[in-house]
Unconditional design. Structure first.
Length: 691
């Protein structure tokens, strides 16, 4: 298997080539390249498919017990200062390579249907391929320096993808918000990298961890200072994985085309933060203070995202806050010391959340045929209902994803979420309570989404509801003009050439999406159901794979005894019970109509408004940062125009006046110059005589 490792560098290079060739074609031969749209897409998807096959080969090799492989080259050398570049393939990298390539491959197939009539079809594929290359490069990076390079490339590509429909103000502003927010976290990451290099002289993951512990034990480095450096590094994952307080960019990023939501917000960019924590786990694990910060940040983020998702009516934003909450679960597990559990949930979540986002895109595709290309109408679940009759495949796969994320056995999410809750309970019971409550809320808001979208009667042709939504939209425009909000609730989204061109609605009911969009849903449904079986408590192949160094066989697995079974049944039973409570409440409210959600919202209005207004965090940031920055900019503008420009203009005015005066003296006549000299001498003589 050695040759496979020698050519592992091709995995990020192949999608890079897929982006470069059509990309150069768009620059040099734009019309011809856009005319060859299907051929360009096939070229890009084929190269990514080859990278996917190589990734599976590497994963299989690692399962068979192959040792980690690292290839390094000297990049910079000046005296004792050396920087190396290269790639590494170990079990963590192999797992991430498979996740990224499989999800990206299916998303690209889906994109052919979703973006079929978009004039930027080829450009979108180029961006997707470039993003995939950047993420794959990040995964196989062997040190912090190389990770930081690809980390920034991922951020730049996400800016291009989120703002793909840049002619819409909301999309352009969402891209800027995502870019700026991530730069805040990335600045902390950079400071942390520099600080760790300063104290350890290393950029290698294991080297940093070992040297930090040596310095702390010898007294050369204060543990609190080392924890501070680690927390600075953690700021990078806080931004990338949408953790509080840098989570605000993720919901607005839904302004981009839905395929990027499935790729960026399920398996790649948002997972990069959790991946970096796993890579840096040798550093974090030896710093209890840093681990505590990580665990509580994840726990609060999980609860925050879940409580906000309860009141979201935009189907994509509901899934966005769900992603934020599930990422909080993963980060909480990392902080509790259960890195395998966090990575297991990363894997299961990548597949069922990618499927849920693609299902949302399928729903939007069907709704646009009825209401037109207006995201206010096409994405609002209050205008849906009964779609299971018209979109059975989409409904079935969405239900699978809903059951998986709700933690219902035997779906994938049950096993990974249960493992996290068990590990967290052993570390800190209070954290477990937060995770347990979040599990119940998750089941409630996910079934709220499913029931409101696919069950009951279709409401898309109800002009009263349409008018209500348009009125709410106009009202939100008024409030957004003062709050600086950047979602499509804050800016009019004109009819645009999105996934299906610029046609008017002509169908009375939605329709199922074409096969090129439904096939990826069916394929993703398989791991959403079954992949959790590799990490069951009584045969945890996943944990054995991540923590052992030999071949993964049943001999490596520990069978549960009676005590373990009791613990499993108690922990699993409590998590399933709270999930069932959430599901029953959702059915009573949104299908059977036995409970009126509006009456409950009115009774607990402060809590409802807290959730509906996203805990007012966006408003707070708008006041503290956006508006204050604008005031500062206006003050600087005043100084620039009145002081700086005034000084420059005064200098120019004096020069102009002096020149105008002197031009009358510069006549070119010798007699005039002699008279001036004589007058000047006479004045000096008279002045001397008087003095």
């Amino acid at each position: 298997m050695e040759p496979i490792y020698q050519y592992a560098w091709l995995i990020p290079v192949l999608p890079l080539a897929g982006a470069m060739v059509p990309g150069l074609g768009l620059i040099l031969f734009n019309r011809t390249t856009n005319h060859l749209r299907k051929e360009s897409a096939l070229f890009i998807v084929s190269l990514l498919g080859i990278a996917m096959v190589l990734s599976f080969a590497l994963l299989w090799s690692q399962i068979q017990g192959h040792a980690p492989y690292t290839h390094m080259i000297e990049w910079v050398e000046a005296g004792d200062f050396r920087l190396t570049m290269g790639y590494t393939v170990d079990r963590l990298a192999a797992m991430m390579l498979v996740i990224v390539t499989t999800v990206a491959f299916l998303v690209m197939i889906y994109t052919d249907g979703y973006m079929a009539h978009d004039p930027g079809y080829v450009r979108f594929y180029v961006y997707l391929s470039l993003f995939s290359s950047s993420m794959l490069g990040l995964v196989i990076s062997p040190n912090l320096l190389q990770i930081y390079i690809f980390w920034e490339l991922v951020g730049a590509c996400s800016y291009l993808l989120i703002g793909f429909w840049h002619e819409r103000k909301a999309a352009a502003e969402a891209a800027q918000k995502a870019f700026v927010t991530n730069r805040v976290g990335d600045f902390g990451l950079l400071l942390g990298i520099l600080a760790l290099y300063w104290v350890t002289g290393s950029l290698e993951f294991d080297g940093i961890g070992d040297r930090l512990q040596t310095l702390i034990q010898s007294g050369s480095l204060n543990a609190a200072l080392a924890s501070f450096f680690a927390i600075l590094v953690f700021l990078g994952p806080v931004a990338k994985s949408a953790q509080f307080p840098l989570h605000v960019w993720l919901p607005d990023a839904m302004e981009g085309p839905t395929p990027i939501s499935a790729l960026i917000h399920a398996a790649t960019m948002v997972a990069a933060g959790v991946f970096l924590i796993a890579r840096m786990f040798p550093v974090f694990a030896g710093l209890p203070a840093a681990m505590t910060v990580i665990a509580w940040t994840g726990a609060f983020t999980a609860l925050l995202g879940a409580t906000i998702a309860m009141t979201q009516n935009d189907i994509k934003k509901g899934l966005a806050y769900s992603t934020m909450s599930q990422l909080g679960y993963m980060v909480m597990a990392m902080g509790a010391g259960a890195s395998s559990a966090g990575l297991f949930h990363l894997m299961t979540h990548a597949y069922f959340k990618a499927m849920l986002f693609l299902c949302a895109g399928s729903v939007i595709h069907g709704m646009e045929a009825v209401v037109g290309h207006d995201p206010v109408l096409a994405q609002d679940i209050r205008l849906m209902g009964g779609l299971r009759k018209y979109m059975p495949l989409t409904a079935a796969t969405f239900l699978i994803g809903t059951l998986a994320i709700s933690g219902i056995p035997p779906f994938a999410g049950f096993w990974s979420k249960d493992e996290i809750l068990s590990a967290v309970f052993a570390a800190n019971p209070i954290l477990w309570v937060v995770g347990w409550l979040t599990a119940g809320i998750t089941a409630f808001y996910m079934f709220r989404l499913y029931l409101s979208t696919f069950e009951g009667e279709f409401r898309g042709n109800d002009m009263g509801i349409r008018q209500q939504l348009q009125t709410e939209h106009l009202q939100s425009l008024g409030s957004a003009s003062g709050s600086g909000a950047t979602t499509h609730e804050s800016a009019i989204a004109p009819v645009h050439a999105s996934s299906h061109g610029t046609h008017k609605p002509h169908h009375p009911f939605p329709h199922e999406s074409p096969w090129v969009m439904t096939i990826p849903l069916i394929i993703l449904g398989i791991p959403s159901i079954a992949i959790g079986l590799v990490g069951t408590p009584f045969a945890n192949y996943f944990e054995a794979f991540m923590q052992s160094s030999g071949k993964v066989t049943p001999d490596l697995l520990e069978r549960m005894d009676v005590t373990d079974w009791n613990k499993f049944l108690v922990m699993a039973g409590t998590s399933v019970a709270i999930a069932l409570v959430g599901i029953i409440l959702a059915f009573l409210m949104y299908l059977l109509r036995e409970i009126d959600p509006g009456a409950i919202a009115a009774r607990i209005q402060p809590l409802y408004l807290l959730s509906r207004n996203k805990w007012y965090i966006d408003d707070l940031y708008n006041t503290l940062f956006v508006q204050s920055s604008r005031r500062l900019a206006r003050q600087i503008l005043e100084v620039d125009t009145k002081v700086v420009d005034g000084t420059v203009n005064l200098t120019g005015f004096i020069t102009l006046v002096a020149g105008e005066g002197l031009k009358y003296l510069e006549t070119g006549r010798v007699q005039s110059y002699a008279l001036i000299v004589f007058g000047a001498v006479l004045v000096l003589v008279l002045f001397s005589a008087v003095a």
